[in-house]
Design a protein around this ligand. Structure first.
Ligand code: PQ2
Ligand code: NAD
Length: 243
C-alpha cells in the first residue's frame, strides 16, 4: 500500500498518450515542426503536415519523401476543412495571429491542440524526453524553462543503467509468461500475481533483470511463482544452476 500524500496542485497531468494510428495535423515546416513530426511518428501516429515547400526543413523533406504515414500538403493552412478527422493538432508557425486563429478553430471542435508560440492556449505541452525502447521518461517544467527541462533530462540519462531498455523488455516478457500460467483479471489470483511481480521487481536489481533469458525466466516461474516464493539468489546463481 502506498502512503497517502498531500495532493500536489497547479501542475499538469503527465500521461502516456496512445497515438498509434491517430491522425495528427502539423501546421508549419520549420525546426520546431520537424521535432514535432519525429516525436509523433515515434508514437506511430498518422500525420498530415501543411507548410509551403519553399522553406521546408531538411528533416521534414527527408521524412515526407520516405515515410508513407505522412501526408504532405505544399501550402498554407486554409481553414476548418483542414481539421476534419484530426485527433490532435500542432501549430509551429512564425505567425502568431494565424496560430491563435487555428487554435480557436480546433478548440471549437474539441480537438486537443499545442501552439508552439502561445503556451497559455495549449491543451498540452511537450516535454524533454528519454526514449529507451518502451521506457519513456518525460521532464516538464510546465512552461517555466524548456532549456532547464533539457538539462535535467540529460542528468537523468547519465544515471540510467546502459541496459535499462533490456530490463523493461524482460520484465514485460516475464509478466506475459506469468499471465499465461495464471490468466484472468482481478480476484485473488490477480492479487497474488501482482504481489509476486512486485517482489521480483524489488528483490532483483535492474541489471539482474536485464540479464534474464527465456530459460531463466521459466526457471524463476517454476521455482518462484509455482512454489509461492521469490528466489533470493541472484540472476548469476540462477544462471549457474541452469548451466
Ligand atoms: C522541452 C521541449 C520539448 C519540445 O519542444 O519537443 C520544449 N521546448 C524545448 C526547447 C526550447 N524551447 C525554447 C528554447 C530556447 C530557450 C528557452 O527559451 O528556454 C528551447 C531550448 C533549445 O532550443 O535548446 C523556446 C520556447 N519554448 C516555448 C516558447 C514559447 C513561450 O515560452 O512563450 C519558446 C520561445 C520563447 C521566447 O521567444 O523567448 C514553449 C514551450 N516549449 C516547451 C517544450 C513547452 C514547455 C516545456 C517545459 O517548460 O518543460 C512549451 C510551453 C510549449 C510546447 O512547445 O509544447 C524542448 C526541449 C527538448 C530537448 O531538447 O530535450
Ligand atoms: N515550443 C518550442 O519549443 C519553441 C521553440 C522555439 C520556437 N518556438 C516558436 O515556434 C514557432 C515556430 O518556430 P520555428 O523555429 O520552427 O519557425 P520557422 O520560422 O523556422 O518556421 C515557420 C514555418 O511555418 C510555416 N508557416 C508560416 N505560416 C504558415 C501557415 N499559415 N500555414 C502553414 N505553414 C506556415 C513557414 O513556411 C515555416 O515553414 C515560432 O513561433 C517560435 O517562436 C517554439
Amino acid at each position: 500500500m502506498t502512503t497517502p500524500t498531500k495532493p500536489v496542485t497547479s501542475g499538469s497531468l503527465l500521461i502516456a498518450w496512445q497515438l498509434r494510428d491517430k491522425n495528427v495535423l502539423i501546421v508549419g515546416g520549420g525546426e520546431v515542426a520537424a521535432g514535432r513530426l519525429e516525436i509523433v511518428l515515434g508514437a506511430d501516429a498518422r500525420v498530415t503536415l501543411i507548410a509551403p515547400s519553399e522553406d521546408l526543413h531538411k528533416t521534414i523533406r527527408e521524412i515526407v519523401d520516405t515515410n508513407d504515414r505522412v501526408t504532405y500538403h505544399d501550402r498554407l493552412f486554409e481553414g476548418p476543412e483542414d481539421l476534419v478527422g484530426v485527433d490532435m493538432a500542432l501549430t509551429a508557425i512564425d505567425d502568431v495571429e494565424e496560430s491563435r486563429r487555428i487554435c480557436e478553430m480546433a478548440r471549437t471542435r474539441h480537438i486537443p491542440i499545442n501552439c508552439a508560440d502561445i503556451p497559455p492556449s495549449c491543451d498540452f505541452y511537450f516535454g524533454s524526453q528519454i526514449r529507451r525502447g518502451p521506457l519513456q521518461i518525460l521532464v516538464s517544467t510546465d512552461g517555466n524553462g524548456p532549456k532547464i527541462a533539457h538539462l535535467i533530462r540529460r542528468r537523468i540519462e547519465n544515471v540510467l543503467p546502459d541496459d535499462v531498455e533490456q530490463t523493461v523488455l524482460n520484465v514485460g516478457r516475464l509478466r506475459a509468461k506469468l499471465r499465461k500460467r495464471a490468466p484472468g483479471v482481478g480476484g485473488m489470483l490477480g492479487k497474488r500475481r501482482m504481489g509476486w511481480m512486485i517482489k521480483v521487481s524489488t528483490q532483483w536489481s535492474l541489471e539482474e533483470l536485464a540479464a534474464l533469458d527465456d530459460l531463466m525466466m521459466e526457471k524463476l516461474l517454476d521455482e518462484g511463482w509455482e512454489k509461492n516464493a521469490v528466489p533470493n539468489d541472484q540472476a548469476q546463481a540462477l544462471a549457474a544452476s541452469n548451466a
